[in-house]
Design a binder for this molecule. Structure first.
Ligand code: TXA
Ligand code: MG
Length: 339
């Protein structure tokens, strides 16, 4: 059965049809980097603006080197330790990379994903695959095959089912830059690999982390993203859910219809059927279950989801294992209630 599905995925990609493939982070919607029409269909299927660049997925370090024009020893070291895995490196692009993939930037994002099914597809096709997360623009990323089916209900997209994703949120995006004073790094999107992890891997190199990244260098990092079908609200102080209803309604009503081209889900009246999002106290598990729980709750007849961000583990275990999850959570939220 699985072999037949694998063959079908390879065949459809070869014919220029984007196919959803599992990775260890989230499902991706993949097309060959050398098929411009297939790349264009990815943007169309996702309803994604062309200013948001795609990640090029490779099946080896050698293939990664073929899509960049500069491969510093720091990239080699990171690749040897973290790949295949949830780390994306942004480096100067090779001239043959279609500028639709990079949204006209001079850099390209590259990652070697860790999932046997994705690897089999790459090994068979022998050309890197551009793949954004397999969701409509602005929506919650899919971590199970059924999530992708829900996103593309009205489109014909073949989904290669590789089970639930192990990590559950997207890869760390790390930009690597050559400057007069040496190599500079910047995390454009937090993920499983934190700044501390990267510093450890590169401990024998002279590197500098910088935060000053202009918006044009980090497109696709909009304020709202990953939003479920019903409003998701973060409350910093615990209260009874029904006590929050009017406050949530009024605050959401005053938001614009869309922010950075992402539609904000509205309420018609103060929500009556509200539910609380409860996550594991282990950051790895909480990260794995976050998107999936958001989807499940928004499909269960509720009108609003609330997360109380005051539990003990957050106050006592303030460590970088939570950072990437909280960044996604803030962006998935329509609203953050401070009191
Ligand atoms: O885990 C992941 O990274 C997943 C799986 C499928 O691999 N992919 C993913 O792709 O999250 P996507 O398209 O949803 O997010 C990729 C983000 C873009 O929104 C953009 O912010 C950043 O990566 N990016 C891509 N190319 C870039 C570039 N040349 N310069 C700066 N940022 C870039
Ligand atoms: Mg995405």
């Amino acid at each position: 059965m699985f072999q037949t599905d694998l063959k079908r995925a390879i065949n459809e990609i070869s014919l220029g049809k984007p196919v959803a493939l599992p990775t260890e982070t989230v499902y991706g919607l993949a097309a060959r980097i050398d098929q411009a029409e297939a790349i264009e269909s990815i943007f169309k299927l996702k309803q994604r603006p062309f200013f948001d660049p795609l990640i090029v997925h490779v099946g080896s370090i050698e293939q990664a080197r073929s899509v960049v024009s500069w491969w510093p020893p720091e990239a080699q070291e990171l690749a040897e330790v973290a790949w295949p895995g949830p780390l994306t490196m942004v480096l100067p692009k090779a001239s043959h990379i279609n500028s639709m993939i990079t949204s006209g930037l001079e850099s390209v994002a590259v990652r070697w994903p860790k999932h046997p099914a994705f690897q089999s597809v790459l090994d068979s096709i022998k050309v890197p695959l551009a793949a954004p997360s397999a969701n409509k623009f602005g929506h919650t990323s899919p971590t199970e095959a059924s999530h992708v089916h829900d996103e593309f209900k009205n489109d014909s997209v073949f989904v290669l089912d590789g089970g639930p994703c192990e990590i559950g949120i997207e890869s760390t995006v790390l930009k690597i830059m050559k400057t007069d004073s040496g190599t500079e790094l910047a995390i454009l999107r937090p993920g499983h690999y934190s700044e501390i992890d990267i510093k450890k891997i590169l401990s024998s190199y002279k590197i500098k982390f910088t935060n000053v990244i202009e918006a044009k260098e980090s497109p696709g990092q909009m304020k709202h993203h990953y939003m479920p079908a019903i409003p998701f609200v973060i409350a910093l102080k615990r209260k009874e859910l029904d006590q929050l209803s009017v406050q949530i309604f009024e605050n959401i009503s005053s938001l614009p219809a869309e922010i950075d081209q992402v539609k904000i889900v509205k309420l018609l009246a103060p929500p009556k059927k509200m539910t609380e999002l409860i996550l594991s106290t282990d950051p790895r598990l909480a990260t794995r279950e976050f998107y999936s729980k958001l989807r499940k709750l928004s499909d269960s007849g509720y009108e609003c989801i609330v997360y109380f961000k005051e539990s003990n583990q957050i106050l006592t275990e303030k460590n970088d294992a939570w950072d990437a999850l909280y960044e996604r959570m803030d962006k998935a939220a329509s609203l953050i209630l401070k009191d």
